[in-house]
Design a protein around this ligand. Structure first.
Ligand SMILES: [Zn+2]
Length: 475
């Protein structure tokens, strides 16, 4: 098998090779940007979704599912929104041979599918808050180069939509989403930055947008997801109003929270190394691979014991694969490292004799697991692995953000840049031109580590109103 491209010098090539070699996706489908989910990739996606479901439901959100097709008349009601998505939607204009009276939009996101129905569901203050989410496929006509998980035309989309009584309650819901995302990201061992997007880069129709950005490969960042505060921008055109306690009619204030399979791309991109993918145990399709090692005159008890070890773990609720094929152990190690399995257990004649298995985690750290205490030992090896994975990701994260105090420093930058920004649009665009990328926006939460943030605007030198902001080249 060919060696993987170098992650540091050829990140994109490395990423594509890992996705391919780890069998996470099959790119040979006949429509650009539409992913075929292989069994291995699907399992990773499902595990990832389960973390999202657990965390969002813990905040009182309930699942729903709305149709994929939206009447053009509904889609066009919020003007900024339609403007923002105009160039990106797929249209359904015929049913059989008949032209449809009202053309249908294949949902790029579900505001305009849900909100006419929300207007029927929300009548009184007792119907609030309405917090619902769905995980469905959405479609966007992506014209740039597509990449598996990261830039696609059929998106595996998690979207929460909420209705709140007033602006302050909607702001509190945004905060609750930021907190939920912190817990999700912790399960994926992904460090990130919560950034308030500048006006010109917010979601179409939003009052404001907070996005989660992951520094990845030098000056590049990947947007992992976003939370939007809509105020009553959608409630007014869609007529979502309620009778308040004082008897008055009010429009709701709304929020949304969007995530996608980009998180899977981020996990591959952030944790992977020269040997392939590295999955945190919450996402790994298999948490443990058991490999029988039949060296020399192997005892016939080896395959039996390997099978028993796998069974015990499976019964204990672990996701396990037993690799009892006839390849040499070295070839198996190589393959499961490529696939990113967190922990490998080796069962050989010595192990059978001592009752003590050799365990090697995906970061190359050796340990052991006793047969008598197998489940507990494996659980603690996996949590050690997750902690170390997070620690290493965190270390790279800290190194990837470097302050800049002049525009000249932004050109040819090889890291994400922390700058001062006065909030002026003209200065914002100067910063974007200098870094040949985007002003991601102002920090919504302080950096999780101490960096002296510049106090004057990098473009105009003003101190008044200047906030720390991030500039990078989004992927
Ligand atoms: Zn300025």
């Amino acid at each position: 098998m060919a060696e993987l491209p170098d992650k540091r010098t050829a990140f994109v090539e490395w990423y594509l090779a890992v996705v391919e070699e780890a069998h996470l996706s099959d790119k040979r489908y006949g429509v650009k940007g539409m992913n075929v989910w292989t069994p291995y990739g699907f399992q990773a996606r499902r595990n990832l979704d389960q973390v999202l479901i657990r965390e969002i439901e813990a905040t009182g959100s309930r699942p729903v599912e709305f149709p994929a097709l939206i009447p053009a008349t509904e889609f066009a009601k919020e003007k900024e929104h339609i403007k923002g998505f105009d160039a990106q939607v797929f249209w359904v204009t015929k049913g059989g041979a008949t032209e449809l009276d009202v053309p249908l939009v294949l949902r790029p996101t579900s505001e305009t599918a849900m909100y006419p129905i929300f207007a029927l569901w929300v009548r009184s203050h007792r119907d609030l808050p309405l917090n619902v989410y769905q995980i469905v496929n959405t479609f966007r006509y992506e014209t740039k180069t597509t990449r598996p998980f990261v830039r696609v035309r059929e998106i595996h989309f998690f979207e929460e939509h909420t209705c709140q009584a007033d602006e302050a309650s909607a702001t509190a819901r945004v905060q609750s989403n930021l907190d939920a995302f912190r817990r999700m990201a912790a399960a994926f061992a992904l460090p990130y930055l919560a950034v308030r997007r500048p006006e010109w880069d917010k979601f179409a129709g939003a009052h404001y947008t907070i996005a989660f950005d992951l520094p990845l490969a030098g000056v590049r960042t990947l947007q992992l997801g976003s939370v939007h505060h809509y105020r009553d921008n959608f409630a007014i055109p869609y007529g979502i109003r309620y009778e308040a306690q004082d008897g008055g009619e009010r429009y709701v204030h709304q929020t949304t929270f969007g995530l996608s399979e980009r998180l899977l791309g981020a996990i591959v991109g952030a944790h992977g190394d020269g040997h392939g993918a590295v999955f945190p145990s919450a996402v790994a399709p298999y948490e443990v691979v058991v490999v029988p090692v039949l060296s020399g005159a192997a005892a016939p008890t080896v395959p039996k014991m390997a099978g028993e070890v796998a069974d015990t773990l499976r019964r204990g609720g672990r996701r396990v694969v037993l690799d009892d094929g006839d390849e040499r152990p070295g070839a198996k190690y190589y393959r499961w490292e490529l696939a990113g399995v967190p922990l490998r257990l080796e069962v050989g004649p010595r192990e059978v004799e001592s009752g003590r298995l050799t365990s090697v985690d995906r970061l190359g750290r050796k340990g052991s697991a006793h047969l008598d205490t197998l489940l507990g030992d494996v659980a603690s090896r996996l949590s050690e692995f997750d902690r170390e994975l997070a620690r290493r990701a965190d270390e790279r994260f800290r190194e990837s953000i470097v302050p800049a105090t002049t525009l000249a420093e932004l050109s040819d930058s090889n890291s994400v840049r922390l700058v001062g920004w006065c909030g002026g649009e003209e200065c914002g665009h100067k910063i974007e031109r200098a870094i040949d990328g985007a002003l991601l926006g102002t920090l919504e939460e302080p950096l999780p580590f101490l960096v002296a943030a510049p106090t004057v605007c990098v473009a105009c030198g003003r101190a008044d109103g200047t906030q720390p902001a991030l500039a990078a080249q989004p992927m």
